[in-house]
Each structure stands twice: as C-alpha cells, then as structure tokens.
Ligand binder design. Structure first.
Ligand code: IVH
Length: 668
C-alpha cells in the first residue's frame, strides 16, 4: 500500500470507527458486532504504526495520548460558565415564572425541562469542528485545561459533523454501576473510596495522567453553548437539536412544556423516577425556551435569570440534639445553634445546625435531648427539619434564649420588625472579632493570611480592637504572638499594606453596614465614587440608586451616623486606605466610562475577561454579560458569539479590541 492509498484507507477507517463509537456511546445502539469493531480498530492501528505521519487528531486511537502532565494549564472561558439559581419548592418555582412573566406578560411561555446531572461541569471547544480543548468550570471565568482527560470519554466526539467553531457546555458524570464497581475495586485494593459519583467524576477529570481517566467509564451530556459563531437559533430546543445533529449527546429526557402545572408535575414525578436512571440527578433544570426572551431576562452576577434548578428534597437523617448554644454574629444577632450527635448527611458529617432565631426555635419546639430529623438545605447547609416529639422520654430540657449577650454580658434587645435578638453593645468583643474576620475576607479587603484563626489571635491579644487598627500593626507586636515567625509577620503586614489600594466597593462591603452585600457595595461605590460622598448621602439619594432598596439605604445612613464607625473611617483615612471608586489605578483618573455599559464577546488577545472588566470599571464603566437596550458598547474579540448579532440587530456600537485598547490608552 502506498502513502496515498494508506491515507485514503485511514480516512475511511477513522470515519467508520467514529460512527460506530457514536452509535454505541451516544445513541446506545451498536450496529457492528464487537468482533467487527475490533478488526477495524486493529487495521487502523497497524496502518497508523506504519505511516505515523498520517495519524490525525480525530483518530479513535488518539483518545488516550501521551505522557502524564506536570500541571494543569489554565483556560479563559470565551463566555463565563455560570451557575443556576435553585428552587426548593413549588412556590419558589412559581416565583421564577412570575419574574419571567413580568418581563413578558403577554406571550405564552414555553419551558424546557432537563434532568440536572450531578457531575462536573465542563466546557469543550471545537474549532472547525475538531475538539481542541476541554476545561473545568473553575471560577466561571478561568478553568483548568483537562483536554487530555476529556478526550478519553468515548461519547465525546473528537470531530463534529460540521466544521463549526463552538464552546459547548455539558456535565461529565459517573454512571451508578461503574461507580459501584470502581469503589469495590478500590476497597479491594485498600484505596480510599469516593463519597459519591460526583466526586468520582471530578476526581477522574482532575488526574494528570490521561490513562487514569481512560480506565474509568465516564460519560457526558451536553446542555448549552458558551461562545459560538452565529447560528440563527430561535429556541433552546432548536439549539439542543443542533447539538444532537453535530453528534453531541443530549439528555433524552429533555422535554418541552407550555403549561406550568405540567412542569411542576414532571418535576415531582422525576423526584421519584430519578432512582430508575443509571446516573445520579439532583434536580430538574427549567429553562425558558425562547432565546430572545432569555436575552431579555439576562443574568445576575452568578446565574441566568431565564433558568432555575428545581432541587429534589435532600436526604433526611435522624440524630439527637445534645445541646443548644448561642453565637453572636458581626451585627450582634444572637443565633441559637443545635449541637448534634454527629451523623452523615448527603456525603459529609454534620455536628451543628443553626436554629436561626428565637421564632424558629420556638416554632420547632426543640428541646435539648430531643431526637430530630435533619437534612442539608440545598445539599449544603445543615438544617433541623422536625422534632420527633413521639420519641420524647421526659428527660428533655427546654431551652430559653438568654436575656444578656453570652459574649459581653450586656442586655440584649428584641427590636421591632426584627426576628433576631440583638446585642446592642457596639464594642461587644465577639462582634468586634467577627467584624475583623469579615473585613479581611475574600469578598471584602481580601487580606491574605488573616483568616478567623489569625484574627482571633490578634484580637485576643488586644492588638486590634477595630478594623482600622490592622493598618497600625507593628512587626514587633506581631512577633510576640504564638506561632508568628518573622516571615509570616512580614507576609501579613504586606498583605495588609496591599489591601490599602483596594477599590471602594471592597472597603464598603468590608466595613459591613447590615444588609449590604457584595453586589450592592459595587453598585453604591460605582454610583457615588468616594466614601465621603457615600457618608454624606441622604437616605433618599441612596434609595434612588437603581437596584438599592430603602432597607439598605437606611442601614448605610445609620452606619455612618454612628460616631464609633466614623472614628474607624477617620483612622482608615489617616492610614492611607483608598476611599475612591477604583483603587490605585483609578485614583484621579477621568471616569470616561461613567454610566456606560459594556458587553464583552469573543476572545480578547491582550486581556483576560476579569482584566478587561476591571479596566472598564476603573474608568467608571460597568460590564454586563448580556446585550440589551441598555448596552452602550460591545467589545468584539476573536470569534465573537451571538452577542455580536444581537448588538448589530439592536444597533449598538460594536468596537474591536484595538479600538477598545485605544480608548483605554488615551484615557488611562
Ligand atoms: S445549565 C447558564 N443544564 O448544574 C446555565 N446545568 O448548578 C448553566 N447541570 O454548573 C447551567 N445539568 O454543571 C444546566 N441540564 C443542565 C444541567 C446543568 C447539570 C449543572 C452544571 C451547572 C450546575 C449549576
């Protein structure tokens, strides 16, 4: 056989084997017998060995390639990989629909209902129809490159049926049976067991050696797109159909409904039927079918407004309340906490469950010594579901909330319109300590090395009494602390120093007026531009800021009227902490993007997404994830997605990366 003949035959074989893999792994309906398949594969292997120059990346022999990696590379997602909002009850589902109807009250809604696979979210990039990259979700913007492991999943096509560019999103999962077999094998080999199929899937995808992943029969379902080159879909169902047509595996239990009652019924049916599936699902995802309506609904910072996950009720377990303790939070709220006999719930051991406040404590009628049912709300937060009063022995003890703060002994107050009992002592030591922990936390001033343990140490040794004291710490003081060496002291001082340059929103959130979250802090910082302007703003002015309600406004005003908070602010000012919108880079800069909204699409050469976003924000602009009538600019990088078409159809200013850079360079 000459080179040309070999090329031709290899082409045929690759095509034939890939089609067979598709029939077997995607459609689950094999056409060839195992023997016929093996013969084809062997023929291909032989030819490729003889003509290694003819091996193509989409050859089925190339699924497990090469040596183990040293480390994972990082990957910038073309479009962010967001999460889903959860609904735990029919009522919450109704709320979701109500909000959508507020956007579009007239036209009848169509809902796509999909199983919510419990595995690992991945993003696969196909260029000209060829799989070039697979990545984990990571923080939603930057993930890890797991191409070597993704290629080992037999239902992942190495080549699509069309030569398209797309970033397709799906869930890698571990089928039940294979999971049990894996754990059995591991038990026999004396290896630690995986807690659940999700951990097994995630663990397999995070192996550096592709051979490890290849030995595990992982599977995948695709449910969405990231960035892609313009296809004119009208609905989510059209898009799924298109993915299917390309050879991508879409969950066959996906269905379309136009009646909301039916959606609820189906979700409830699946809460039982899920046990018949060969893989784990933890809920159903409900998506608005109409893509135009999806675009209008848009996104919050973490999830689309056009989709919701209906989560199945969590595992429920019985245990005993051994004691009830009261903790004091950063805002002085007293929280009763049930200390439980440790039990395993949804994969981890639970020892405590918050009882939230006195009303809930009373409502549940829980006593010390009670047998109780607990579960994990949202599969995460331990919660006491109910007391098994029928199991009482008479030895249980009633619990009453204390009348004085367990931390400082001062009397507590039950404020009108509040459920919480609150310690009103602004210098209550526990509150002060909790405030320091919050101030240093990731979303706030992000002071590395200052977690709860370090904060406790500083505070117990009276080195800091309020958050501003952090900026006056001296190395010799730190060195007197237990387990604080020269190096860690210097590191801590360095990260405190760095935090001085944080933008205003982080400082504001860190100071911690009640009810003000990270998002609200960003909006307010963006609007007012400096801490002094926020401090002098009236309640009306703050309420007038879009998305900020009267409760937050009142809390901010109250916070800055408080003399001890004002003195903390002055101490921060003298220490040189940035009080301006954009941190160091933005200080004194002309806010040329003030009030302008940007959408980024496609891959930018010179910046990562978060970088481009912070440059825009530094100049007063805002970045949103979807194009709407409020968008001022769309910055189009390489391979822009559907956002570009949307921008064009709405007549929005589209600029290239070069033009964007020019804007920045002129003005920064
Ligand atoms: S859609 C922007 N559909 O659930 C919309 N997600 O809690 C993003 N998941 O990270 C997700 N099955 O890993 C969607 N049918 C499905 C899904 C699904 C499982 C996972 C996915 C996502 C997580 C969100």
């Amino acid at each position: 056989m000459n080179l040309e003949e070999a090329r031709q035959r290899i082409l045929e074989l690759v095509e034939e084997i890939n089609t067979h893999d598709y029939n077997y792994y995607v459609l689950d309906s094999p056409v060839l017998s195992d023997r016929e398949y093996d013969l084809l594969k062997r023929e291909l292997e032989k030819l490729e060995k003889k003509f290694p120059q003819l091996v193509t990346p989409d050859s089925p022999t190339q699924r497990v390639g090469g040596k183990p990696l040293e480390t994972f590379k990082t990957v910038n997602h073309g479009a962010p990989m967001l999460s889903l909002d959860n609904a735990f009850s029919v009522n919450e589902l109704r709320n979701f629909v109500r909000k959508i109807k507020n956007i579009d009250g007239n036209s009848p809604l169509e809902y796509v209902v999909e199983p919510k696979m419990d595995g690992l979210a991945v993003s696969l990039l196909y260029e000209s129809g060829v799989l070039v990259r697979g990545a984990t979700r990571g923080d939603g913007y930057v993930g890890e490159d797991i191409t070597h492991n993704i290629r080992t999943i037999k239902s992942v096509p190495l080549k699509l049926r069309e030569k398209v560019y797309l970033e397709v999103r799906g869930e890698v999962y571990f089928p039940h049976k294979a999971f049990q077999e894996l754990n059995q094998r591991r038990a026999e080999e004396g290896l630690p067991l995986f807690a659940n199929p999700r951990n097994a899937a995630a663990g397999s995808m995070r192996q550096l050696d592709p051979a490890a992943a290849a030995s595990r029969p992982l599977d995948i379902f695709f449910y969405g797109l990231g960035s892609y080159e313009g296809f004119p879909f009208r609905t989510h169902m059209d898009m799924l159909k298109y993915l299917k047509g390309l050879g991508l595996k879409v969950n066959p239990h996906t269905a379309l409904y136009s009646d909301f009652d039916q959606v609820m019924e189906v979700c409830q049916e699946w809460a039982v039927k899920r046990y018949e599936l060969p893989y784990e699902i933890d809920g159903m995802v409900i998506k608005i079918n109409d893509l135009e309506l999806q675009a209008r609904a848009g996104y919050t910072a973490r999830s689309p407004r056009w989709a919701v996950a209906f989560k199945f009720p969590a595992e429920q377990v019985e245990t005993t309340v051994e004691d009830i303790q009261v903790s004091v939070g950063r805002t002085g709220a007293l929280t009763p906490i049930a200390l439980l006999t440790p039990v395993k719930v949804s994969g981890s051991v639970v020892k405590r469950a918050s009882l939230h406040n006195e009303d809930i404590l009373r409502g549940k009628e829980v006593k010390i010594g009670d047998r109780v049912i607990i579960h994990k709300a949202g599969e995460v937060i331990p919660e006491l579901v109910k007391v098994l009063t029928e199991k009482r022995t008479g030895k249980e003890r009633a619990f009453v909330m204390p009348q004085s703060c367990p931390a400082c002994g001062q009397p507590v107050a039950h404020l009108p319109e509040e459920v919480a009992i609150r310690c009103m002592n602004a210098s209550c030591p526990v509150q002060m300590y909790e405030r320091i922990v919050h101030f240093a936390s990731r979303g706030a001033m992000d002071i590395e090395g200052l977690g709860p343990a370090a904060a406790r140490l500083l505070w117990e040794n009276r080195l800091v009494e309020d958050v501003a004291d952090l900026y006056y710490l001296k190395k010799e003081d730190l060195l007197t602390l237990e387990r604080m060496g020269e190096k860690s002291a210097q590191n801590l001082l360095d990260s405190i120093e760095v935090s001085k340059k944080n933008p205003l929103n982080k400082l504001l959130y860190g100071l911690g007026p009640r009810f003000l979250g990270e998002k609200g802090s960003k909006i307010i910082a963006q609007h007012f531009g400096s801490l002094d302007r926020i401090m002098s703003a009236s309640e009306e002015e703050i309420t007038a800021v879009p998305e900020i309600g009267p409760k937050i406004a009142a809390s901010i005003v109250e916070f800055f009227q408080n003399p001890s908070n004002r003195s903390v602010v002055e101490k921060l000012r003298s220490a040189g902490v940035n009080f301006h919108r954009s941190g160091e880079q933005g200080e004194g800069k002309e806010q040329i993007f003030e009030g302008r909204t940007f959408v980024l699409t496609g891959k930018l050469e010179a910046f990562s997404r978060p970088e481009a976003q912070s440059r825009i924000e530094n100049l007063g602009g805002r970045v949103t994830s979807s194009v709407s009538g409020n968008t001022d600019y769309v910055v189009a990088g390489e391979n822009p997605g559907s956002k570009l078409d949307q921008a064009r159809s709405l007549g929005i200013n589209v600029i290239t990366e070069a033009q964007f850079q020019e804007l920045l360079e002129n003005k920064e």
